[in-house]
Ligand binder design. Structure first.
Ligand code: ATP
Ligand code: FE
Length: 328
């Protein structure tokens, strides 16, 4: 009935617990994330340090999650862990821990795809019934999938350069707004004028469903050099980024006849993005609080979906993969 989920794909040690309810629904019972701070001094994630921190922390984060849910290890019915994509050394920690735990408890183990986890984070709010479109907007991905059937992902669009979250981070840095950039931009945008800095719509007139953020980033750099105020830059950039994400997704939904869209990944925490999607008339599902950025609960939710779909548990020989496309 209870599924433990582990994500150690990058620099967050995430452990979550999900309960499978009698009616077929799911409920998140715990979600603990230890965010590593050692990387700040290097200005980027150091893979070797990330792995070591995961090793040191994972056991206590599992303990905290169990405590939060008021459960013990004996209550677990299955264990899920991310096998990729991500930093291999970091992934291995959670994957090996998860497999070992499942083996010791005699329960099934499910290897989960990180992006499938991001998508299933939205299952905390509503049951995800295909067909639907899934837009993953995170620090490393801006991927638009068409999900015709449970577990079948067709990639219909992706960024040609930077990921959406990466663009928020870079624009925040050049505007001197700090890190992580997403929350900093959305906060500064509240005080800024979205009409102050003109941005051209990326890939305007395209017939496909791709994204591009490097043009917005360059325009932001030039505007910053020309003396644009950080708050105005934030408000204008955020509006341009939100506009291209929403417009392209809506166009895809109309073309494919999809009426439900799942929007997930760190950027899905953005209020302006949520508001804009809310005004489209589509049924839009976002992850619940604390489930947008990397976490373990989303992996437990992906595991719960695999179980419900009748998928076989993963062989214990399953390895970590740095590169693992969810679909072609
Ligand atoms: P991936 O899953 O692609 O490997 P990741 O897991 O590192 O990437 P997430 O943790 O899902 O990425 O998201 C982190 C990103 O989300 C960062 O780039 C951050 O700036 C962005 N982000 C977080 N909150 C907000 C927000 N409120 N508005 C916009 N962006 C945000
Ligand atoms: Fe992620």
């Amino acid at each position: 009935r209870f599924i433990l989920g582990i994500d150690t794909s990058c620099d967050d040690t995430g452990v979550g617990l999900v309960e499978c309810l009698p009616g077929g629904g799911v409920a998140v019972r715990a979600n603990r994330v230890w965010s590593q701070t050692v990387h700040a001094q290097y200005g980027g994630v150091m893979p070797e340090l990330a792995s070591r921190e995961h090793v040191e922390r994972i056991d206590s984060v599992v303990g905290e999650a169990l405590k939060e849910a008021g459960l013990s290890l004996r209550d677990l019915g299955a264990v899920a862990a991310t096998s990729g994509p991500g930093l291999v050394g970091a992934l291995l920690v959670g994957l090996m821990y998860g497999k070992g735990l499942a083996q010791a408890l005699g329960v099934p183990f499910y290897a989960a795809h990180h992006l499938e986890g991001h998508i299933y984070a939205a299952a905390s709010e509503e049951a995800l019934e295909p067909p639907y479109l899934a837009l993953v907007v995170s620090g490393g991905h801006t991927h638009l999938f068409d999900v015709a059937r449970e577990g079948e992902y067709q990639l219909i669009g992706a960024t040609k350069d930077d990921a959406a979250g990466e663009a928020f981070d870079k624009v925040a840095r050049l505007a001197g707004l700090g890190y992580p950039g997403g929350p900093a931009i959305s906060e500064a945008a509240l005080r800024g004028d979205p009409d102050a800095v003109p941005f051209k719509e990326p890939l305007r007139g395209q017939t496909g469903y791709d994204f591009s953020f490097s043009g917005l980033k360059t325009a932001a750099l030039l505007a910053s050099r020309a003396g644009a105020k950080p708050d105005d830059l934030a408000a204008s950039f955020q509006r341009a980024a939100v506009h291209t994400l929403v417009k392209t997704t809506v166009r895809a939904a109309e073309a494919l006849g999809r009426t439900t869209v799942v929007v997930s990944g760190g950027v899905a925490a953005n209020r302006a993005l949520r508001r804009a999607f809310g005004a489209t008339g589509l049924r839009v599902v976002f992850p619940g609080q604390g489930l947008n950025t990397d976490n373990g609960a989303m992996i437990a939710l992906a595991g719960a979906a695999a179980i419900r779909a009748g998928r076989a548990p993963s062989p214990l020989g399953v390895g970590a993969q740095a590169y693992a496309p969810l679909a072609g």
